[in-house]
Design a protein around this ligand. Structure first.
Ligand code: 5GP
Ligand code: ZN
Length: 140
């Protein structure tokens, strides 16, 4: 994808602080970090969301994450990390090339868990929960 920022970073046409590269995955520091060490992990193929990502490339991204999370945390002496995908525009995804954020976390940083993003739907009826679970389980 010629006009994709992240494809241009992979190609070396836009500079980045690259921290990892293998056959299918690539990682670099976020230019506008939420915390020191904020790292993005992406598949080399251009796919907009997780929903579009072939399984083998998804496995490569997860394998890179598994490798990188402890390395990122160690590099900035973090106490943990928030690892997340903004998956789709509705979730706040701005760059349409699937990417995982590794955001280092520090004891007392006050930023809260992912749960802090949501008010939640309120109490849900058992029938509704059953229907949703059945629908998820029944689709491939
Ligand atoms: P999103 O909101 O799509 O989940 O996150 C996109 C991320 O990409 C943002 O955190 C933003 O700072 C980062 N980003 C956008 N453009 C560039 C760039 O050209 N270089 C780097 N290193 N990061 C970028
Ligand atoms: Zn791309």
């Amino acid at each position: 994808m010629d006009d994709c920022i992240f494809c241009q970073i992979i190609a070396g046409d836009i500079p980045s602080r690259t921290v990892y590269e293998d056959e299918h995955a690539f990682a670099f520091l976020d230019v506008n970090p939420l915390a020191p060490g904020h790292t993005l992990v992406i598949p080399k193929g251009h796919h907009e969301t997780l929903n579009d990502l072939p399984a083998d490339e998804g496995s490569a991204v997860f394998s890179a994450l598994h490798d990188l999370v402890p390395r990122v945390e160690a590099a900035v002496d973090a106490d943990g990390s928030t690892v997340a995908f903004n998956n789709g525009e509705a979730a706040g995804q701005e760059v349409p090339h699937v990417h995982a954020h590794i955001v280092p976390r520090f004891d007392g940083d006050g930023n809260g868990p992912i749960h802090a993003l949501f008010d939640g739907p309120g109490e849900m009826a058992d029938e509704e929960l059953d229907r949703i679970a059945d629908d998820i389980a029944a689709t491939e």
